[in-house]
Design a protein around this ligand. Structure first.
Ligand code: PBG
Length: 322
């Protein structure tokens, strides 16, 4: 059977007809909004490399979080910056660190809003690497121990979900064990399981001043040409106790999201990263794209590929349209 019995246009004749047969839906329920916190007071400073994004201090981030919750967005993802850096990134697990204060403030004022925290060292180490450098290399097992401390300090402050983004082997298991030993049985882990050594982190690194001081991240983040390794990474993280797994970035890796969705049964998150966000913003600003339509198309593509959760700097704008 073919044309004219089959006319695909019949189901596209009106908005309601298109709604009726729409195969995928995007909902505010699926969105996570990233926020940046640094030490200080009364700070709300625009981030030059990322349109409409700000640095907050632990006091001002609370009202921003309340705004996010009022839009119906279920979760924020917190990134921290330190007042000083050292070799091991020790400010990352300080009880009075900016992130720890922000978690406590948000959970006190907007308790229903889920707080997810980025667990990593790259903004806190002098080297700008995601782990401790020993003999010119990022030391895997020593880093896992420090990440355990960071994770525990976030859990103690009240974080709902911990999101390790360092790509060390075994860190999910290490963090899970640390949480169990300290009776944080309900703290979830959303692992950045598949994090590629991508060129699309540029605006974020400029914002966090977290570009590595020497070398690059290719000895721990995945080679962009690989697909099978991504499946092994996810398998390992689930076995080690991850509750949610993530693919990052999103738009150049929709095939990986789709493969992961087919193969695994836990929730899949995708991170629509800073470079993807700014690519679209810059094109819209130059008049090449209609921003809202392009934004929704990009978010739909991530959902259609199979992501259950989308972490995006567009979350607030998208929420207003949904
Ligand atoms: C570092 C980290 C990065 C991002 C989140 N966590 C950058 C990197 O790996 O260099 C990037 C997020 C974005 O670009 O939006 N652990």
């Amino acid at each position: 059977m073919g044309f004219p019995e089959v006319r695909m246009r019949r189901l596209r004749t009106s908005n309601n007809m298109r709604r009726l047969v729409r195969g995928n839906s995007l909902s505010i329920d699926n969105l996570v909004y990233p926020l940046f916190v640094r030490p200080g007071e009364n700070i709300k400073e625009p981030i030059a490399s990322m349109t409409d994004c700000f640095h907050f201090s632990p006091d001002t981030i609370v009202s921003e979080a309340a705004d996010v919750a009022a839009l119906g967005i279920p979760a924020v993802l917190l990134f921290g910056l330190p007042s000083r850096r050292d070799e091991i990134g020790s400010e990352a697990w300080e009880e009075e660190g900016a992130v720890q204060q922000a978690i406590r403030g948000i959970k006190k004022t907007v308790p229903e809003l889920l707080v997810i925290t980025d667990v990593c060292l790259c903004a806190y180490t002098q080297s700008g690497h995601c782990g401790v450098v020993k003999g010119g290399k990022v030391d895997n097992d020593a880093t896992c121990e420090l990440l355990g401390k960071v994770a525990l300090s976030h859990a103690r402050a009240g974080a709902d979900i911990l999101a390790p983004s360092d790509m060390m082997d075994g860190r999910v298991g290490y963090i899970r064990q640390t949480l169990e030993e300290n009776c944080f049985h309900e703290t979830a882990i959303m692992s950045y399981s598949v994090k590629y050594a991508s060129a699309f982190y540029g605006p974020f690194r400029e914002m966090a001043d977290s570009a590595p001081a020497f070398g690059d991240r290719r000895s721990y983040q995945m080679d962009v040409a690989n697909s099978n390794q991504a499946m092994i990474e996810i398998e390992q993280d689930i076995a080690e106790g991850a509750d949610i797994v993530m693919v990052k970035p999103a738009l150049c890796f929709l095939d990986i999201i789709a493969r992961a969705k087919e193969r695994f049964h836990c929730p899949i998150a995708a991170y629509n990263v800073s470079g993807e966000y700014m690519m679209l913003n810059a094109a819209a600003e130059a008049g090449f794209l209609e921003k809202e339509a392009a934004m929704m198309e990009a978010l739909y593509s991530i959902k259609r590929a199979g992501a259950d959760i989308i972490i995006t700097y567009f979350a607030k704008e998208a929420a207003k349209l949904l």
